[in-house]
Design a binder for this molecule. Structure first.
Ligand code: ASP
Length: 440
C-alpha cells in the first residue's frame, strides 16, 4: 500500500500537535509521502503563520522594516523546534535568506509559501525523511493553472526512488522558476496532486474534525458523521458551503480513482469520512447530508409563449453574463424562467441586469425576490427510494416553513429547496429530524 498523507495547519500548530502527527505517521509504514501545511492557530484569536507572512510581505512591499515581524514568525518555529527537542538544527540561515529575498524582490506568493517550506524542513528533520522542495516538482502555467503534464512527470520521477519524503504543501514554481502558490487552503491540492502522480492507494487528509457531518453543527445538535460519500455528492454539498477540503483538491485524485480519507489528528481512532468515486456500501440514512446558504435572489422573467421562443434562455443568461454574474440555479415553468443568483453579486448591478433582460428578451414582467436561502438535500440513496421529496416537504410544512422554490437536480442526487432566509435554520433542522433522528 502507498499512502500520501496531508496534515493541515491546526495539526501542526505547535510541538504538541507535531508529536501527534509523527505518531500517526510512524504507526503505519505505508504513510510514505507527507505533505504539511504551515502552522495554523493554536487557540481562538491566534494568527496563522501564513497570515503573518502575508503581513510581512506587505511591510516589504512598502519598503518598511522587517525585523520585528520576522522575529514573531521565527518564534513560532523556534518554539516547535525546542518543543520537539531537535538537536543541531535551527532556521537562522533560512530566515536570513527570506529577509534578503523580500528586501530585494518582494512577492506575496514567495512570502506566503515560506510557512509550508519551513514547516516541511522541521518535519523532515524530525521524522528522518527526505525533504523535497515542491518548487522542483510542482509547476504552474502562465494562467496560474497547474501544468499537469510536467508536474505529474516530475513528481513521479523525483519521488519514485525515495522511500519516505516530506513535500511542503501550497506552492510550486511558475515558468520562470518563481515561487507561485495555490489559493488559500491549497496544501490539500498539493497532497492530491502527489497522490495522483504516484498512483497512491489512498490520499489521507488529516485535519481537526473527524470528517464531514451530515449537517452544520451550529444548526443541528450533534449531527451524525458521514462515513462514506461519493465525489459527486460532496460536490453538491461543498458547492453549498460545507468546506473541510479545498474544492480543487478533488479533481487530481478523482480523475485516477484514488479515494480520500478525511481523518482527525486529535482523534486518530475515528474512522473519518471516505470520499470515493462510487460505492455499493449501503448508506445508513436515505440522505447523505444537508447543506445550504443564505443570501440569494430569484429573478423571475415572465413572457407569454416563452417555451416556443428559440434562444430565449440564452438571451436571459446573456443579461447576467454581460454583467459578470454567475447563476446558481435556473428552475423554469412554461412561461417563466427564474434565475437564482448570489444577492451580494446581483444587488449592486440589479437595474443594469433588469434593463439588459428587457433589451434582450422583451419580457412581460421581471420580478425580483430577495432574502432567499437555498438548501441542498443530497444523497445517492434518494434515487431508489419512494417518497423522499414527499417527506422533505411534509417535514417543512410541519415546521411551518414556506417553500419558495424547488429544483430537483437531474442527477437525482439532490433536491434544492429555496426558503426565506429567516426559515433557513428551522428548515434544515426539520429535514435532518425526519431523515436522521427519526430515520423515516
Ligand atoms: N497555509 C496555507 C493557508 O493558510 C495553505 C494551507 O494551509 O493549505 O491557506
Amino acid at each position: 500500500m502507498l499512502k500520501v498523507v496531508k496534515f493541515g495547519g491546526s495539526s501542526l500548530a505547535d510541538a504538541k500537535q507535531f508529536k501527534k502527527v509523527a505518531d500517526i505517521i510512524k504507526a503505519d509504514k505505508d504513510r510514505r509521502y507527507v505533505v504539511p501545511s504551515a502552522p495554523g492557530t493554536r487557540f481562538d484569536g491566534d494568527i496563522k503563520v501564513t497570515d503573518m507572512l502575508i503581513a510581512l510581505y506587505e511591510l516589504a512591499a512598502k519598503g518598511e522594516e522587517l525585523d520585528e515581524q520576522l522575529a514573531k514568525i521565527k518564534e513560532r518555529y523556534d518554539d516547535i523546534i525546542k518543543g520537539l527537542k531537535i538537536k543541531d538544527f535551527n532556521l537562522d540561515d533560512e530566515f536570513a535568506a527570506i529577509k534578503a529575498e523580500l528586501e530585494y524582490n518582494p512577492t506575496c506568493d514567495f512570502a506566503a509559501s515560506r510557512g509550508e517550506y519551513l514547516n516541511g524542513l522541521i518535519m523532515a528533520k524530525y521524522l528522518g525523511f527526505e525533504f523535497v522542495d515542491p518548487k522542483e516538482i510542482i509547476f504552474f502555467n502562465e494562467e496560474h493553472g497547474l501544468n499537469t503534464y510536467k508536474t505529474e512527470k516530475k513528481v513521479d520521477e523525483r519521488l519514485k526512488n525515495i522511500e519516505y519524503a516530506v513535500i511542503p504543501g501550497f506552492y510550486g514554481s511558475d515558468k520562470l522558476g518563481q515561487i507561485m502558490t495555490f489559493s488559500r487552503g491549497g496544501s490539500d491540492i498539493t497532497g492530491s496532486i502527489v497522490a495522483a502522480a504516484l498512483k497512491a492507494d489512498v490520499y489521507e487528509n488529516w485535519t481537526d474534525v473527524s470528517g464531514f457531518l451530515a449537517a452544520d453543527p451550529r444548526i443541528v445538535d450533534n449531527p451524525v458523521g458521514i462515513d462514506m460519500i461519493t465525489y459527486r455528492e460532496l460536490r453538491e454539498l461543498s458547492y453549498m458551503g460545507a468546506s473541510v477540503l479545498h474544492e480543487d483538491a478533488i479533481f487530481p485524485v478523482r480523475s485516477v480513482g484514488i479515494p480520500i480519507n478525511i481523518k482527525n489528528t486529535n482523534k486518530p481512532e475515528d474512522k473519518g469520512t471516505w470520499i470515493v468515486e462510487s460505492t455499493g456500501h449501503k448508506p445508513e440514512y436515505v440522505i447523505t447530508g444537508i447543506a445550504g446558504k443564505k443570501g440569494f435572489c430569484a429573478v423571475s422573467i415572465t413572457k407569454a409563449l416563452m417555451n416556443s421562443e428559440i434562444g430565449f434562455g440564452r438571451k436571459v443568461l446573456q443579461a447576467f453574463e454581460e454583467n459578470d454574474i454567475s447563476f446558481e440555479h435556473m428552475p423554469s415553468g412554461i412561461d417563466t424562467m427564474t434565475v437564482v443568483v448570489h444577492a451580494d453579486e446581483f444587488i449592486p448591478k440589479e437595474q443594469k441586469v433588469v434593463s439588459a433582460i428587457h433589451r434582450l428578451t422583451e419580457p412581460d414582467a421581471v420580478e425580483i425576490e430577495t432574502d432567499l436561502a437555498l438548501i441542498a438535500v443530497v444523497g445517492r440513496a434518494m434515487r431508489s427510494q419512494r417518497g423522499t421529496a414527499g417527506r422533505i416537504f411534509a417535514s417543512l410544512s410541519h415546521a411551518n416553513v414556506n417553500v419558495r422554490m424547488i429544483d430537483q437536480g437531474s442527477s437525482e442526487l439532490n433536491v434544492i429547496i429555496g426558503v426565506e432566509n429567516k426559515d433557513f435554520e428551522n428548515a434544515i433542522k426539520a429535514i435532518y429530524d425526519i431523515f436522521v433522528t427519526t430515520k423515516l
